[in-house]
Design a protein around this ligand. Structure first.
Ligand code: SF4
Length: 442
């Protein structure tokens, strides 16, 4: 069978990456060959991102390129839903099909329709790795625990694109984690839209793993993951009260003392306007309590400045909050309207120059905090997971650094280390993002 080659373009966030991995795994199971050039492909799947305008433009550019270079294109992902799907169809009337996020079956249906499944293929003989096809390096992997979100933050259209929260059965999540670890994964990155809400939709139903009962709940999931003996890192955690239960697991070294909490702002008035989950929680007190239990805890967050209606007072409140919270890693975005988001209709949009000015003040304040916190690490010993080498050095990450979004640890004169090795280092220097370290032992 010659006509069975599929090209694949994957855009967007880690959640979209997991969707791509699932489609690629299914393509392999069904006997298709995934090729890396447009010319060799019989059809090209483009997994799009539709989160903000620049991501949509990037998605349209990718579809345009695939149309020009190949001409047979199946579009899926976050931009393939609602009004944006029409935008795609208008711009490229010849695309073969357009579907939204997590539409695995529809995408496979479209592939089968345009290039028939290889006849001689035997899924029991042809090799698909037991962990599925992964787009991340072998030593770390994203573990998606749920789809969708029950919140309705006014700046966000994800619930409209991905629907309400649907938790994956806890046994399936743990089986997948086990397969990944057996295949060499040293770090599991737990992702979803709202990780601490895991299991709410199924009333924390009891599932089964390795023949024993496990509740569909954050604490039980994390305890079970800790038995696998690899790093477990939690992303997109909202500070609901039960997050407190996870901190002792971190203090005991069972999961990484790292929390990625998208706080977005510190002014209660603005958080309410944003309709943020857990906006009434007393976060500063909570952070202090967490650090008493687990002093190592690294906190990462993202913020929005210039949200409609943000006053000078709101912004000053945010600036004053930062030194109190002492976050380790922070990203900050200037508010920009997203098509279809409720916040677009809010009054008092902030002028662009003022957004820029606030963003600069925010970054200056936070960079000084991050730099100081990294300086305090000088002289400390820590475990580092190596990702790559650069010249004489190896580049890796400590418990405080998630791939792609945080800084790195540069291990000097250690180019002999291979990706995936876990080594002990001593930190000898730092700037506001990265640290430099000497190798103690491999
Ligand atoms: S919690 Fe808010 S920002 Fe996050 S996906 Fe849900 S609605 Fe969007």
């Amino acid at each position: 069978m010659t006509q069975a080659k599929v090209g694949f373009v994957s855009l967007g966030c880690p959640k979209a990456l997991v969707d791509s991995e699932r489609i690629l795994t299914q393509l392999k199971i069904d006997g298709y060959e995934v090729v890396s050039s447009y010319q060799n492909a019989d059809v090209v799947v483009v997994n799009t991102c539709g989160f903000i305008d620049s991501a949509k433009q990037e998605s349209l550019d990718a579809i345009g390129e695939a149309m020009q270079e190949n001409g047979k294109v199946i579009v899926t992902g976050c931009m393939g839903k609602g009004n944006d799907a029409q935008v795609i169809k208008q711009a490229f009337p010849e695309v073969l099909s357009v579907t939204g996020p997590a539409a695995y079956e529809e995408v496979m249906g479209a592939v089968h329709e345009y290039i028939p499944q290889p006849e001689n293929h035997n899924p029991h003989i042809d090799l698909v790795p037991p962990q599925g096809v992964k787009l991340t390096p072998r030593h770390y992997a994203y573990l998606k625990i749920s789809e969708g979100c029950n919140h309705r933050c006014s700046f966000c259209i994800i619930p409209a694109m991905r629907g309400n929260l649907v938790s994956r059965p806890v046994g399936n999540v743990l089986d997948e984690a086990e397969r990944l670890v057996a295949a060499g994964t040293k770090e599991l990155l737990v992702i979803s839209q709202d990780t601490s809400a895991y299991g709410v939709d199924v009333k924390y139903r009891t599932g089964f793993w390795q023949g024993r009962p496990v509740k569909t709940r954050m604490l039980e999931l994390c305890s079970a993951l800790s038995e696998l003996g690899v790093w477990t890192r939690l992303h997109y955690v909202y500070p609901y009260p039960h997050v407190d239960e996870l901190i002792p697991l971190m203090a005991e070294g069972k999961i990484l003392p790292y929390l990625d909490i998208p706080f977005q702002h510190a002014s209660p008035r603005l958080l309410k306007a944003m309709k943020r989950p857990a906006h009434q929680e007393k976060t500063l007190e909570r952070i202090q309590k967490w650090r008493q239990i687990c002093p190592e805890l690294a906190l990462r967050s993202t913020f929005i400045v210039g949200f409609p209606g943000e006053t000078d007072e709101d912004f000053e409140q945010l600036l004053a909050w930062l030194p109190e919270a002492q976050l380790d890693r922070v990203g900050c975005f200037q508010y920009s309207p997203v098509d279809g988001a409720a916040a677009n209709a809010l009054p008092n949009h902030v002028p662009d120059e003022l957004k820029q000015e606030r963003w600069e003040r925010f970054m200056e304040t936070q960079q000084a905090i991050s730099a100081q916190r990294l300086q305090a690490k000088i002289g400390r010993e820590m475990d580092v997971l190596i990702d790559s080498t650069e010249g004489e050095n190896a580049v890796g990450r400590s418990y405080a650094d998630a791939p792609e979004i945080d800084g790195v640890v540069i291990v000097e004169n250690a180019a002999h280390l291979s990706p995936g090795s876990m080594v002990k280092v001593k930190v000898c220097a730092a700037d506001e993002y990265d640290v430099w370290a000497e190798l103690l032992e491999s």
